[in-house]
Design a protein around this ligand. Structure first.
Ligand SMILES: NC(=O)c1ccc[n+]([C@@H]2O[C@H](COP(=O)([O-])OP(=O)(O)OC[C@H]3O[C@@H](n4cnc5c(N)ncnc54)[C@H](O)[C@@H]3O)[C@@H](O)[C@H]2O)c1
Ligand SMILES: [Zn+2]
Length: 355
């Protein structure tokens, strides 16, 4: 006897990209019905990450159109499956860049689901076991398996919490991994969505923080966010002055930069970690590494356990993102402003406007 299982679904209003060069437009997205281990979330706020733009425009390779991007999701639990134990209706929750992983490989077992050997399931643009594609957070609701749903602690409002689910964890994870803290000199390259969270978090960890930005336009903001020093990289004196001075550099820039010049700003044994993910390859002159036993590293978001740790850290230190809340019909304009470095410091979509 064979049995055909039908996956029941429901729909929610959303915004989708339908090609690399057309604006995002209203769309209706299908979600699976709540299974035994699933949580249905009413999305309240959805952050705009530069990765959404890279994906919507196929800058990282062809996207699976139509694609609903968005992986900085904050909302309230509306329904839980029969076997859910971690969340209940009414809880304030978040979803970041992953909605599942194999849960069996060495990396998943170590809590590093972002490095799942079989590839984690991204919140959007990821192919699922049944051949479908995941659709993300620019929508009124989403269904996610409970283990990939985070708790947003009391004291962090949902609008400023949303960007923590990507910008927060992507900067927290390398800052922790490379031991940012008292006595450490940390530089943050680029003061956008990720950069401004890197400054706040590194400062809260007790490090001495320097912002390396293209100009001094946002200097006042940078110092208010917690930076101790602020330099313009357009000024050639900056590189001479800061030669061999940092323990850690976090590069958040979404475009190509002169990596070699930045590596020379590291002390002996210093590390420059790339979280920025430009579409074009970056180049390095090996002598900048050799000449100081320096490392050039990368880091991808953070694991689920570490994401919860980051949210709790932010609550304890009263940290949230600096945001500008917009309606769904302003997404395309917001994209242009992100690309023009005109964001202070994260756009967050009010999800009630997807209706
Ligand atoms: N590694 C990860 O897990 C991860 C997670 C999220 C985002 N990202 C990537 O990080 C990058 C930044 O994301 P974001 O959302 O913070 O973007 P953003 O646009 O908010 O910030 C990027 C910053 O880089 C600056 N910048 C742009 N071109 C520059 C240049 N040539 N020189 C110096 N500065 C320059 C911009 O002014 C801006 O301040 C993107 O490439 C994104 O895809 C990676
Ligand atoms: Zn992101």
């Amino acid at each position: 006897m064979s049995r055909v299982w039908e996956i029941m679904t429901f729909t929610v209003p959303a915004y989708a990209a339908t090609s690399a060069n057309e604006p995002l437009a209203p769309f209706t997205v299908e979600r699976r019905d709540v299974g035994p281990k699933d949580v249905r979330i009413d999305i309240k706020y959805s952050g705009i990450c530069h990765s959404d733009i890279h994906t919507a425009r196929s800058e990282w390779g062809p996207a699976n159109y139509p694609v609903v991007v968005g992986h900085e999701i904050a909302g309230v639990v509306a329904e839980v499956g029969a076997d859910v134990t971690r969340h209940k209706v009414g809880d304030r929750v978040g979803v970041g860049c992953m909605v599942d992983s194999c849960r069996e490989c060495e990396n998943c077992l170590a809590g590093d689901e972002q490095y799942c050997r079989k590839g984690n399931t991204g919140t959007y643009n990821s192919v699922t076991a049944d051949g479908g594609t995941t659709q993300g957070g620019y929508a009124a609701g989403i269904v996610v398996t409970e283990d990939f749903v985070l708790s947003i602690p009391e004291g962090v409002e949902l609008d400023v919490a949303a960007p923590l689910l990507c910008a927060g964890i992507t900067t927290y994870s390398p800052l922790r991994h490379w031991n940012a803290g008292p006595g450490k000199k940390v530089a943050v390259v680029g003061l956008g969505g990720l950069g401004h969270m890197a400054v706040k978090i590194a400062h809260a960890m007790g490090a001495e923080v320097t912002v390396l930005s293209q100009s001094l336009k946002k200097q006042e903001d940078g110092l208010k966010l917690g930076a101790d020093h602020y330099f313009a990289t357009s000024d050639p004196d900056t590189f001479a002055q800061l030669d061999s001075s940092f323990d850690l550099i976090v590069n958040t820039v979404s475009a190509r930069i002169d990596v070699t010049a930045y590596l020379r700003l590291l002390k002996v044994d210093g590390t420059m970690v790339n979280v920025g993910a430009p579409e074009d390859p970056l180049e390095v002159n090996a002598f900048a590494l050799i000449g100081g036993r320096r490392s050039w590293a990368g880091s991808n978001i953070g694991g689920i356990r570490e994401t919860q740790e980051m949210l709790d850290f932010c609550a304890e230190h009263h940290l949230g993102a600096e945001i500008e809340v917009i309606g769904a019909d302003q997404i395309n304009e917001a994209y242009e402003r992100v690309l023009a470095s005109d964001v202070r410091y994260r756009f967050v979509i009010d999800a009630s406007t997807f209706a």
